[in-house]
Write a protein that binds this ligand. Structure first.
Ligand code: SF4
Ligand code: SF4
Length: 339
């Protein structure tokens, strides 16, 4: 049953009768919730049928997350519950994820619209993601989220709505309200503004399949290591491990900035940080002149950008900032014993 009494039809669908969306993200950016909102908007607000679900590992900020949305017309039954392999819309919430996860797998030119959260234009995004061709959209979701006091997921949802072409504003707004209205009523204005700006500001361009990059077919991942091939000692090869210490793929795009002259060396940030990022050294306390431990700065190679330290510091000595605008080499203070 449609909300308006007319059966809504999808503009395009795959062989099984579905319009499919895949969102590639990391924990903390809200892809899971975005998928849920779009699914609810289509089912409850627009009278369609569908399913929304997500796949993720440990539930913490910075770990890869995939959210899937599968929409069909009201008279069609949902009999598929596998991950979306070749989506109509592929939304990549976190640019750095492309370094470690095959986010573009299953993108098919002529079928898939790829949307990237980035400051790049669509041409640069195509080269960055090495896409074979097709329709590519870019939007600076982090910037818009900050300006509106909302989150990346709202902006990306607006961009997905534009690419999909059939979501109704009233239905999506209703689902956003259902999700956040009661608990975070004060944030609703910013959320809706972010949604609208994502819709309005996503920039699309179409690229021919010109042989510049090969196709990226979807492959079901086989476990890379098994009982015959696992290295002795359980070595982990992926980024973010003890050897490479590259946590940039799991950072949300935000970092804490240390303002040394505001710091009173209370140590609250150090207790709060889950990743031991704060570098303390013995020195003279500038306030009292006495010998003691002094906070020198942040070792960003361990920082995942959760910003908890900025919330806990009552003295304005840790401020949230955009990673892309900082010279990370310059502001990183390395732990002395790890230099
Ligand atoms: S919480 Fe703020 S004031 Fe306290 S040590 Fe950390 S940066 Fe300094
Ligand atoms: S944002 Fe702050 S609390 Fe979070 S990992 Fe980085 S330094 Fe630690």
């Amino acid at each position: 049953m449609s909300h308006s009494g007319n059966a809504l039809r999808l503009p395009v669908k795959n062989d099984l009768g579905f319009f499919e969306i895949r969102m590639e993200s990391i924990g903390g950016l809200g892809a899971n919730v975005a998928g849920k909102i779009l699914t609810e908007a289509a089912i409850i607000g627009m009278g369609m049928n569908g399913a929304g679900f997500a796949s993720y590992g440990s539930e913490k900020k910075g770990t890869p997350v995939k959210a899937f949305v599968r929409i069909c017309e009201a008279d069609h039954k949902v009999r598929v519950n596998s991950p979306v392999e070749e989506p109509h819309v592929l939304a990549i919430f976190h640019e750095a994820l492309a370094k470690s996860v095959p986010v573009t797998a299953g993108a098919v030119p002529g079928k898939t619209t790829v949307i990237l959260n980035t400051r790049k234009d669509p041409g640069q995004a195509r080269d960055f993601l090495k896409l074979q061709g097709g329709k590519i959209g870019t939007v600076d979701a982090m910037e818009i989220a900050m300006a509106t006091g909302s989150r990346v997921n709202m902006v990306m949802m607006g961009a997905v709505m534009k690419a999909a072409g059939f979501f109704e504003w009233k239905a999506v707004e209703g689902a956003v309200n259902e999700q956040f209205g009661k608990k975070y009523a004060a944030l609703m204005k910013g959320n809706l503004e972010a949604l609208k700006r994502g819709y309005d500001e996503v920039e699309f361009r179409e690229f021919p399949v010109d042989g510049r990059y090969p196709a990226t077919p979807f492959r079901r991942e086989e476990p890379r290591l098994g009982y015959e091939t696992a290295p002795i000692g359980g070595t982990i090869y992926s980024v973010g491990n003890m050897r490479f210490k590259d946590l940039s793929t799991s950072r949300t795009g935000m970092i804490p900035l240390f303002v040394e002259d505001k710091c009173v060396r209370c140590g609250e940030c150090d207790i709060t940080c889950p990743d031991y990022c704060f570098v303390w050294e013995r020195g003279k306390d500038p306030g009292t002149g006495k010998d003691g431990m002094v906070l020198r700065g942040i070792d960003y190679q361990y920082c995942k950008g959760c910003l908890r330290c900025t919330w806990i510091c009552k003295f304005g000595a840790l401020l949230p900032a955009k990673e892309a605008e900082q010279d990370m080499e310059k502001i990183t203070v390395k732990h002395r014993f790890l230099k």
